[in-house]
Design a protein. Structure first.
Ligand SMILES: Cc1ncc(COP(=O)(O)O)c(C=O)c1O
Length: 418
């Protein structure tokens, strides 16, 4: 590990929480150089929905490389890109009656959010956007302005402007009443509040502590957005791609987003890809190459991303997500009941489940104990007080059970020692 400490920047983050050198990985297991095997409840922060080295994707990628398939093409047309686009349209968009256009940008989530913000500002001619407390949208300046976490915001070095912050539904002051108040202010020409370019939100705030918004609240935000000719942008970067038991986390909520931001899991294999789904009437406002990027639409990610979409041809995986999600929630609820006096709470949907242990230091000690006992898990939320469980959707039942047992032991151990 000395090489990393000697040569790699001080910015290193996750490696401090998981201080070992990983060498190989398969589905929900990562193995380090000493041969110690870890169960992965972190899955690359939501990238590896289909596991490490997914066999189907691995085979497709090896075949693609051996046949001299195009790895990099900027945004030129390739067979791999056409295959991905048509599979995505057939599997995700058409069955939902969506006619959104697909925009590829630099292959990170923050780049997708930047592109969405730019377009919303272009379409409306307005600068301000509404973002929500505890929201996380990325690290580049536009997205960072929408991200709520102060630690990240302080690193910007410049003012993070043009964002009006509102409380998320579950946050203090949040809820339907707050939205009514906001709408009254929009209607009052002397309130000092003017309609924004967009409302940008996560349906489930992942980094923010696994905070869930209700269908009613989301519909009301969308209604206000559209009543005031603002765009409704859903950031699906962490909760999309089947994580909640359906392709989109907003499926079944009767929402009609103007832009959907996707990244992380859409490349399937862990190879990077980001994509915005944009209503055609808004997409018309882009001019060719205006939001460019060298790595728009990465060839390998199109290949493995297309294979990932095969999982949505039927409901086998999504049924498994529902079952495994229930197993996870049940196990966390037992812990929450045991430590009810400390105010533990369980939140989540599908295979994003979380235990809020209220205290960031306790959560850190629990995550450390998990690591020592062979489980990778990452805290999130205010002060890191929430243990978020996001294993690969394809995790074996036995690994899931074993991981939950390690977690239980770690949580109880830390609480007994307190
Ligand atoms: C909801 C959400 N939006 C945006 C991002 C930023 O994605 P990236 O780190 O790929 O830039 C993340 C990353 O965790 C995220 O969870």
């Amino acid at each position: 590990m000395k090489i990393f400490e000697q040569w790699e920047s001080n910015i290193r983050g996750y490696c401090r929480a998981f201080p070992t050198v990983f060498k190989t990985a398969s589905n929900a297991r990562q193995v380090d150089e000493d041969g110690k095997s870890y169960i992965d409840f972190f899955a690359g922060a939501g990238v590896l929905n289909f596991g490490h080295n997914n066999e189907r994707m691995k085979r497709a990628l090896i075949e693609y490389i051996e046949s001299d398939g195009i790895a990099h093409s900027l945004d030129m047309y390739t067979s791999a890109k056409r295959d991905f686009i048509s599979k995505f349209a057939d599997t995700v968009l058409t069955p939902r009656g969506m006619n959104h256009k697909m925009q590829f940008m630099g292959p990170t989530g923050t780049n997708a959010v930047e592109a969405a913000l730019k377009l919303a500002r272009r379409v409306t001619g307005r600068q301000q956007v509404v973002a929500f407390s505890h929201g996380f949208h990325g690290m580049t300046l536009g997205s960072l302005a929408c991200t709520a976490n102060d630690y990240f915001r302080q690193a910007a070095g410049v003012p993070l402007d043009h964002v009006f912050r509102m409380p998320f539904e579950s946050a203090p002051g949040g809820g339907l009443e707050n939205l009514e108040e906001h709408e009254r202010a929009l209607a009052d020409p002397s309130s000092g509040i003017t309609p924004p370019a967009a409302y940008v939100l996560e349906v489930i705030q992942a980094e923010g502590g696994v905070n869930l918004a209700s269908k009613k609240w989301l519909q009301r935000v969308q209604e206000i957005a559209h009543a005031h000719k603002a765009l409704f942008i859903i950031d699906e970067i962490q909760v999309g791609c089947g994580r909640t038991g359906s392709y989109f986390s907003f499926d079944g909520m009767e929402l009609d987003p103007d832009i959907v931001c996707l990244a992380k899991g859409i490349g399937g294999f862990g190879t990077p890809l980001a994509m915005n789904l944009i209503k055609p009437e808004h997409d018309e406002h882009w001019s060719p190459g205006e939001h460019t990027g060298t790595f728009r639409g990465q060839g390998f990610s199109f290949v493995s991303g297309k294979v990932a979409l095969d999982y949505f041809d039927d409901d086998v995986l999504m049924k498994e997500v529902a079952t495994k999600g229930d197993v996870m929630a049940r196990s966390l609820n037992e812990l929450a009941e045991k430590h009810a006096d400390k105010g533990f709470r369980v939140r989540g949907r599908g295979m994003m489940q979380a235990l809020d242990v209220v205290d960031g230091a306790a959560a850190k000690a629990m995550a450390t104990a998990c690591f020592e006992n062979g489980l990778l898990i990452g805290p999130c939320g205010s002060g890191g007080r929430v243990l978020k469980l996001i294993p690969p959707l394809t995790i074996d039942d036995s690994d899931l059970e074993e991981g939950l047992a390690i977690l239980k032991k770690a949580v109880n151990g830390v609480m007994e020692a307190a």
